[in-house]
Every structure is written in structure tokens, then in C-alpha cells.
Design a protein around this ligand. Structure first.
Ligand SMILES: [Zn+2]
Length: 271
């Protein structure tokens, strides 16, 4: 499943192809993904010029000079293909540019989504209304996180996965950041001391930026003809490494809670 770094890498790849470009052909090839594709999407995007691309949590944003923003989510299996050799059954949206480049949004499982909203009402988009700050943004600080966690008895791990507290963090990055900060995943959120919270905020940034950098370094491969945007593999500290050795020398353990696996090291994650 694409996480925030993959979405960021995807947006950077799309920016190289789309930014400033006139869209000469926009073709939804089915009426819905996870939900309906706006029926007027083709008409509103064809002939529009892309004025910028961005990301909010795990959503990609493509803004046009007509005051519209296309919002895409990659769901479980979505990816953008650049200049594909041929169009297949899972290519659900095609976008051609004036330079003759072609993008295809490919999503075999169709858990992704495509929406088109007015840019000036982006903040009212349902998924964004109650969403917390971006983990890589300035608002996300130790002061902010301490205030958000104050008095909370739920496990710190569950609270970090709550999109209202911080946007776009998935299971992998939460496990990694908690390990780097030396915090036990089951500890009550409101009982993590300030120095640990400071390390946690820094650790979240470090693990996300390292993954974005890893994705960026392979971007040339993704951007080649028939390339695909959206996925890369990375070496994790604890995620998926049950029974292996933590950087501290302890043994990594796995615990299942509410359908997700928590990977952690009981030796260095005690606070
Ligand atoms: Zn350890």
C-alpha cells in the first residue's frame, strides 16, 4: 500500500511531466473507482493548464488554471504509469499533455479515488476537514504533539495513526519512528515525557525524509518510458523484522493489535 513517501515521490514524478502543461486529452475509462469519478471531469480538465502539484497526507493534488484541483488517492494498488506502451484494463484514467506525454492511472483493485473540487474550497474536501497537520510541516512540533496527546490514555501508536492528530502516517512509519525515539508502542499517549516527544517528532521526519530520498533516487527509473510511479522498497529498522536484531542489539518482536502488526524492540523501547 502506498504510504506518504510514495505519494510524495509520485507527485514529484508527475510534476516533471505535468507542471505548466496544457491537458489536451483527459479520458476516464470507467465511471468509478472506490467511488464515482466526477462525470464532468473530462470536460473540466480538457484544455486546462496545470498550474501546480502538491500533496495533502496521502492524497495527490493537481491544480489547474480553471480553479479546479484534481485530488487522487492511490488506495491499495494504484500507480501512475508514464508514457505506457499500451493501455490495459486497469488503466482507469488517461491524461495527455501538449508535449505528447501520456499518464495512465492504473489501479487493479480500485480502492483509489479521483475527485475534482474547486481549489478555493479544498479545505472543505471531506477527507481534509478534520485532518491534523502534515508531519513534515512546521505546525507539527513537540509543543503541538504534547498538547494533542495531553490526557490521552490510548496507546501512543494508535494516536499517531489517528489522522486528526497527524496526517498521513501509516503503520510502517509509526513503528519505525517509535523505535528510533525509544518509545514503547503501547505506552499511554499522555504519559510520554517531553524529551521523548521531541525525539519522536524528529524521528518521524527522519524516517519519512529518508524514504522520500530513497524514492527520489529511483525516480529516474520511474520516469522512463513505460515507467511506473508509486512504489519502492526500503530497508526498515524494525518493520517486518520479527526475531531479527534491533540497532540496539535487542530482538525485534511483533504484536498484533486491531488487525495491524506492531514491530518493536522491548529492550530499547521501554519509556
Ligand atoms: Zn532496540
Amino acid at each position: 500500500m502506498p504510504e506518504l513517501p510514495e505519494v510524495e515521490t509520485t507527485v514529484r514524478g508527475l510534476r516533471q511531466v505535468l507542471d505548466g502543461q496544457l491537458l489536451t486529452h483527459v479520458e476516464p475509462r470507467r465511471a468509478d473507482l472506490r467511488r464515482a469519478i466526477p462525470p464532468d471531469l473530462r470536460q473540466r480538465l480538457t484544455g486546462a493548464r496545470v498550474t501546480g502539484l502538491g500533496r495533502r497526507a496521502k492524497y495527490g493534488l493537481i491544480e489547474t488554471d480553471r480553479g479546479d484541483t484534481l485530488i487522487f488517492h492511490l488506495g491499495m494498488s494504484g500507480r501512475w504509469r508514464i508514457d505506457p506502451d499500451s493501455i490495459g484494463a486497469h488503466d482507469h484514467l488517461l491524461i495527455d499533455t501538449e508535449e505528447g506525454r501520456r499518464l495512465a492511472l492504473n489501479d487493479p483493485r480500485r480502492f483509489g479515488s479521483v475527485d475534482l473540487v474547486r481549489t478555493d474550497s479544498l479545505a472543505a474536501y471531506p477527507a481534509f476537514v478534520a485532518m491534523g497537520p502534515e508531519p513534515l510541516g512546521e505546525t507539527f512540533s513537540a509543543d503541538y504533539l504534547l498538547a494533542a496527546l495531553a490526557g490521552r490514555s490510548a496507546p501512543i501508536k494508535a494516536l499517531l495513526l489517528d489522522q486528526r492528530i497527524v496526517a498521513g502516517l501509516g503503520n510502517i512509519y509509526v513503528c519505525e519512528a517509535l523505535n528510533m525515539a525509544g518509545i514503547a508502542p503501547g505506552r499511554a499517549g499522555g504519559r510520554v515525557a517531553r524529551p521523548r516527544i521531541e525525539r519522536l517528532v524528529e524521528s518521524i521526519r527522519v524516517v519519512l525524509l529518508a524514504a522520500i530520498e530513497a524514492g527520489g533516487s529511483t525516480l529516474r527509473d520511474y520516469a522512463r518510458p513505460s515507467g511506473e510511479l508509486g512504489y519502492f522498497s526500503k530497508q526498515w529498522r524494525v518493520y517486518g523484522r520479527e526475531g531479527e536484531t534491533c540497532p540496539c542489539g535487542g530482538t525485534i518482536r511483533r504484536r498484533a493489535d486491531s488487525g495491524r502488526s506492531t514491530f518493536f524492540c522491548p529492550r530499547c523501547q521501554r519509556s
